[in-house]
Design a protein around this ligand. Structure first.
Ligand code: HAM
Length: 426
């Protein structure tokens, strides 16, 4: 039988790789807590209908990329391709109107059947942040600032924030009419993908990567010219407030985003270091989604950061793990049992303690402690065990006599003093 393998577009994250993930996640969690954003967890599996209604049938995500199947009860289910629709559903279902303002975040796996390449997977992870019930331009600016600051806290440089406005529903309908007319006239100059989108999702054509199509589009009607006074003012206020915060931005009138629910502010943060999958963060306003899904009229804005891309961008310093504080070397049956007991006691001091369970020779255990760069070691050999004591020593500083103590197992005060002086107060 062939060896079993993971599915294409999915990856195993191994312990060494996860050090960086965990460090990145820790910085993110701290930053989110500082901004008083609360976590929400929704199921990974949802009714397919949620995404058809939420994201839009004409989008690539819904029409080509979803992992959809019938469960044993013949219900159509989908592995979530993104988190916004699920958050909207969860809030409607749990009574959004009793508290109309929410600042929420989520983190977890998402699934899209795309062609895998560097920075693009079929199972990938997102951090999402959603501000529900907020409609002021200030909330758009706070959302962008939060995304920007998370990337900044992770030390990621050379990022571009691109912004655009998609106007409200009426602005877009007006634009769409004349845009479709123009597209029909110029259809033969467009690439096949764009031709197919004319009736399904014309706005996405603006986002085409085809160079010929891009050139032709330079003469197409501009969404900006169809915006109402109010929408234009909203956009100029957004730019002004970003400038006040000294968050640099580029305007990109072709930035339309791949999901149907957006209106007004749309933004992406990209990095040249990521190659063709350059977008690390994408988001925007979605004032109609919650109503369209059966909830009360509720404005909202949010973003999602792709964690795989974030990990690619984050620096090497985040690959470092806190060293073991104490490595417990032991030999013999009595020593093993005393060592086990001691390791549990020491972890209560918030120390990183590794208990050697190998049963190998003392010298091999020393070598392992050395390799791990443990700050200190405890040795319990057969002699120590029979004397009910252990040796504790700061590793690497063996010539400093004060750094080694023999402590009896019942002398908690001596142990605590040693830990405080040598490990905790350092
Ligand atoms: P999105 O632009 O589809 O937006 O995805 C956001 C980010 O997820 C992308 O910028 C990218 O970093 C990452 N991403 C997407 N697909 C993949 C993939 N196949 N492999 C690796 N990373 C990927 C959304 O999902 C919206 N829900 C964002 C949002 C929240 N808008 C408002 N609130």
């Amino acid at each position: 039988m062939d060896n079993l393998k993971n599915l294409r577009g999915t990856v195993d994250l191994l312990p060494d790789q996860l050090i960086k993930w965990q460090n990145v996640e820790k910085i993110i969690f701290e930053q989110l807590s500082r901004a008083s954003i609360k976590e929400i967890r929704t199921p990974i599996l949802e009714m397919t209908e949620l995404f058809i209604r939420g994201i839009g049938e004409g989008t690539d995500v819904v029409s080509k990329e979803m992992y959809t199947f019938l469960d044993r009860g013949d219900r159509s289910c989908t592995l979530r391709p993104e988190g916004t629709a699920s958050v909207a559903r969860a809030l409607i279902q749990n009574g959004i109107s009793s508290n109309p303002l929410h600042k929420l975040w989520y983190m977890g796996p998402m699934f899209r059947y795309e062609r895998p390449q560097a920075g693009r997977q079929r199972q990938f992870h997102q951090l999402g942040v959603e501000f529900i019930g907020y409609d002021s331009v200030r909330s758009d600016v706070e959302i962008i600032a939060i995304a920007w600051d998370i990337l900044g806290k992770l030390g990621i440089k050379d990022l571009n924030l691109e912004i655009n406005t998609l106007g409200d529903v009426n602005d877009r309908l007006d634009f769409q009419k004349s845009f479709i007319k123009w597209l029909e006239i110029n259809k033969k100059f467009l690439d096949i993908d764009s031709q197919n989108r004319i009736n399904k999702n014309p706005l996405r054509i603006l986002d085409s990567k085809n160079s010929e199509t891009k050139k032709i589009l330079e003469n197409a009607p501009r969404l900006f010219n169809f915006l109402s006074e109010k929408s234009r003012k909203r956009y100029s206020d957004l730019k002004k407030q970003l400038e006040d915060l000294k968050i640099p931005y580029l305007e990109n009138s072709n930035l339309v985003r791949g999901l149907d629910y957006y209106c007004h502010t749309a933004f992406e943060i990209t990095s040249g270091a990521l190659g063709s999958q350059a977008t690390v963060c994408g988001g925007g306003r979605y004032d109609n989604l919650i109503k369209q899904m059966g909830g009360p009229n509720t404005p909202a804005i949010g973003f999602a950061i792709g964690l795989e891309r974030l990990i690619l961008l984050a620096g090497k310093e985040l690959e470092v793990q806190r060293n073991t504080d104490i490595y417990i070397i032991n030999q013999g049956l009595i020593a093993e049992s005393l060592a086990m007991d001691l390791s549990r006691k020491l972890r209560n001091y918030d120390l990183f303690v590794e208990l050697d369970l190998s049963g190998a020779s003392l010298s091999k255990q020393f070598k392992k402690a050395n390799k791990l760069k443990s700050k200190s070691i405890i040795v319990i050999g057969e002699d120590e065990a029979s004397n009910k004591e252990f040796i504790i020593r700061l590793f690497d500083k063996s010539n400093d006599e004060n750094k080694e103590e023999v402590i009896s197992f019942d002398n908690n005060i001596k142990l605590e003093n040693w830990i405080n002086n040598n490990l905790l107060l350092k």
